[in-house]
Ligand binder design. Sequence first.
Ligand code: PFF
Ligand code: NA
Length: 463
Amino acid sequence: MSSQNLIHGEWSSKLVFILAATGSAVGLGNIWRFPYIAGENGGGAFVLIYLACILLIGLPIMMAEVMLGRRGRRSPINTMLVLARAEGLSRYWGLLGWLGMLAGFLILSFYSVIAGWALAYILHAGTNSFSGLDAGGVQRLFSDLLADPYRLLFWHTLFMALNIWVVSRGVRSGLEQAVRFLMPGLLLLLLVLVAYAISSGHFGDGFRFLFRPDFSQVTGDTILMAMGQSFFTLSLGMGAIMIYGSYLNRQASIAKTSAMVVTADTLVAILAGLAIFPIVFASGLAAGQGPGLIFVTLPLAFAQMPAGVLFGTLFFILLGMAAWTSSISLMEPATAYLVENRKLSRPMAAFAVGGVGWLLGVGTVLSFNLWSSPIGLTLSLPGGSVFIGGTIFDMLDYLTSNIMLPLGGLFIALFVGWRMSLQSVQDELGLKSVWIFKAWYHVLRFAAPVGIFLVFLKAVNLI
Ligand code: PFF
Ligand code: NA
């Protein structure tokens, strides 16, 4: 590997890693995807399973992924190759890096389109378009946006250009400062929204929907969706966290930093849920209406609350920025790989990655208008027949979150738990407490991989 350009500097401090990893984790996954997937899956029971997945699968795998990155110090593909060689293992482990890179492109493609919605809503909020609208009005505003492929394409293009710009300058510059005020700002605005939700008189309904589990509604697919959401929201299973770990210095505690990132991410998701569902019930909207959920609930709040134009504009700016700090982490593994192996300059690499993501994103743009009728096939499985398919967006979203990321996580757990020597693992993780190390190691070896595997089996009705 001596011929590779090592692109790496190090984060200026442990805090910077926490900021960057939190920037990657906190994004559309928390504020857009968590509420709408929870809404589609009936609330409470889904949320409980999601939280269990975060703790039992997400946190241990995040520690493993950061650890691999810090030990390998390269793009995920090269990290896996270097580590496999150092441990005397098969070169096929490099495929884990390739799987992650593919997942990264696919997620980037639709992520940018949805982030484009947030950008479009900065303009709506700033020009007072929500004022006087009722539930029907905000729904019309949103469906008008979706119906216009050119508008969607415009915002998608703008967002991708912003990504290319930052990634080509290197993840460090700007990102640190951005995340530093982004996170407090986002928390503050979510608290404002939760306060509004409390004043709406339906806070109890929203709270019960999110936290009172009704397990009679839970199917294998609900569990798969909850697990998929835990991977998506923590940026796990595709090398984004791995490559950020590769910039982390040797002294920092992987366990503590990971725990902080997971806590921040979970907090933002729960606050988003608490802000949105009371509005859903107060205005008679459908909890399970899908990807538009936040775009038809929050504008109602901004239309009615004092200083709604200000708060609304700020909110969608911060949402766009949160999406931005996440999507640059989606681009980073492939960009680093191109710099290392193809000797491209960083700007060229960023442009290539963003360009491919942009092109694939056209499929998602059209999923909401010209190509909105579902495509797919009906399969007969042991438990009955199911329809597999949807729009291009539906399929990309389902395939990446529910299959590719957990599969990546499964192999990360197997690699660290079963194939790397205990010595290297202990050495790199550097946990002072033997007790915590043992707990983590056992969960990573047994609970996490078995859990992922069982969820897969359950989802196809085999158990
Ligand atoms: N975690 C991000 C979010 O919650 O919005 C999305 C994401 C970023 C997923 C990076 C995967 C990834 F590698
Ligand atoms: Na997230």
